[in-house]
Write a protein that binds this ligand. Structure first.
Ligand SMILES: Cc1ncc(COP(=O)(O)O)c(C=O)c1O
Length: 470
């Protein structure tokens, strides 16, 4: 008996006909390839707003799907352009980006092993590789999540329940979070979501290199004690968001031990440096921390989304995430149901892209790429050190570098910096960002595209000088 109407049959034929699907796959792959190797078009099209309106508007004619996707891609910000250096979003490694359509086509969900036997094994192999890389013990547990914000939330959930075992049951926990003044906002947000409250976040002043000032941590702990807190989570940064500065994890671990605090490290940005033979020392002490997060979609150059969390004593991750759902969980196999290790239920097979690059190209690939982007940031520092117009705000610890105008009129320098950034970005020549450090607006370059060279970054800085002198 055929239950399909002729129309339904026609729709199915249109969508699933093998020849049509193959043709579409090839054409879309061509659009992706162009986006991944872009060189010679403006980074951002002029009048992006107008372009967006044109794309969104409904005309009378049905647009051709591939033409529409190509138009969207060509109108979008070109992250793979060699002069892109704005935020911590990577120019993705092509193989990792291109395999995404296969991930979507397979559509494996990793919540339960039964639905994803191969994907689960690959996800777990990837986690084992990360444990080894970061010097974590076998008993550690971890999971992939959609990014650093989710990862911080997950780690702080584990920390909260480890410090106050009944917190998940009765929702009551009084824990102070001691964190560097420039910690990512997701820490305070996680405190709010977990019922700890934003008021429980105590910010530690920074030292001259924009790292958490180790001398000041004890004062912040004392301030928290004075406010009645007896339990603490100390958070370190391995790659802070504004300046990419790396905290002294060894010193912080010692303070955490003294205060019997849970020590969490946000290495969302900088964990990729673990691959760098030259820079891995920045992460010294990471192997001792109670929990950590890492974002392969930052300095491992994966397309969004790829984040991860690891908890040294795996039981603390498993505890708050165990659910009864007989329709899903419970198969006693070699592999766990990963839905019991993360906040999400349905889960994308995000492990594949990172695992594939590691398995096929080897970890030394990231040694080259992460070291290179740090070197390019260093070249920017060198340029500004010698410039008569620009000056460095800090020596880069990694691939983030902030700079400012040398002869600034204090009253106008903030406005001037913002205007320079806008003008540069509007021009389509390059793309950079800005932030506020010590109360002053500064310009910021984040080298997230391994195709950017020292010459490229110097070209960007020359253009900034030209705009500044107009
Ligand atoms: C240090 C740090 N932690 C966490 C995050 C949040 O990561 P995501 O954007 O992947 O959620 C960021 C984002 O830039 C970050 O720099």
């Amino acid at each position: 008996m055929n239950l399909k109407s002729a129309k339904t049959e026609a729709v199915i034929q249109k969508l699933w006909h093998p020849t049509a699907v193959r043709k579409l796959a090839r054409e879309l792959a061509d659009v992706a390839a162009a986006a991944l190797t872009v060189n010679d078009r403006p980074l951002r099209r002029p009048s992006a707003d107008q372009l967006a309106a044109q794309i969104v508007q409904r005309g009378r004619e049905t647009p051709d799907l591939v033409s529409l996707v190509r138009a969207i891609s060509e109108a979008s910000l070109a992250l793979s352009h060699p002069r892109y250096g704005a935020q911590q979003v990577a120019a993705p490694i092509p193989a990792a980006a291109l395999v995404e359509s296969v991930v979507a086509a397979m559509n494996q969900s990793l919540a339960v092993w039964e639905m994803s036997p191969i994907a689960t094994a690959i996800d777990r192999d990837l986690m084992t590789r990360f444990k080894k890389l970061f010097g974590y013990p076998r008993a550690a547990e971890g999971s992939l999540v959609p990014g650093g914000a989710f990862a911080n939330l997950t780690a702080l959930l584990a920390a909260r329940d480890a410090l106050v075992p009944y917190a998940s049951k009765n929702g009551q926990a009084r824990i102070a979070i001691i964190v560097g003044a420039q910690a990512h906002y997701s820490i305070a947000r996680a405190a709010a979501i977990l019922g700890l409250g934003r008021d429980a976040v105590f910010k530690v002043p920074l030292d001259a290199e924009f790292c958490t000032d180790v001398e000041q941590v004890t004062h912040s702990c004392a301030a928290a004690r004075k406010s009645g807190f007896r339990k603490f989570i100390l958070v370190g940064s391995s790659g802070s968001t504004p300046t990419g500065s790396f905290d002294n994890l060894v010193a912080l671990a010692e303070i955490a031990r003294k205060h019997r605090a849970w020590f969490h490290v946000d290495a969302a940005h900088g964990a990729g440096l673990a691959f760098s033979r030259r820079f891995h020392g920045r992460l010294k002490g990471l192997n001792r921390v109670d929990s950590m997060i890492f974002d392969p979609h930052k300095m491992m150059f994966m397309p969004l989304a790829a984040g991860g969390v690891l908890v040294r004593d795996g039981a603390h991750l498993l505890g708050p995430l165990q659910e009864q759902a007989p329709y899903l969980f419970g198969s006693k196999r070699r592999w766990p149901d990963l839905g019991q290790l993360t906040i999400a239920c349905s889960q994308r097979f995000d492990a594949l892209k990172t695992w594939l690059v590691w398995r096929v190209y080897g970890g030394e690939l990231w040694d080259h790429l992460t070291t290179h982007v740090c070197d390019v940031a260093q070249a920017a520092f060198q340029y500004c050190s010698e410039s008569e117009i620009l000056e460095p705000v800090h020596q880069p610890h990694s691939n983030i570098f902030c700079f400012q105008l040398r002869h600034k009129d204090d009253r106008d320098s903030d406005r001037h910096c913002s205007a320079i950034k806008e003008q540069l970005n509007e021009s389509g020549f390059a793309y950079i960002s800005s932030t506020v450090l010590d109360g002053r607006r500064v310009l910021r370059i984040v080298v997230m595209n391994p195709r950017m060279t020292a010459d490229d970054i110097c070209d960007v800085l020359r253009r900034v000088e030209k705009i500044a002198c107009k």
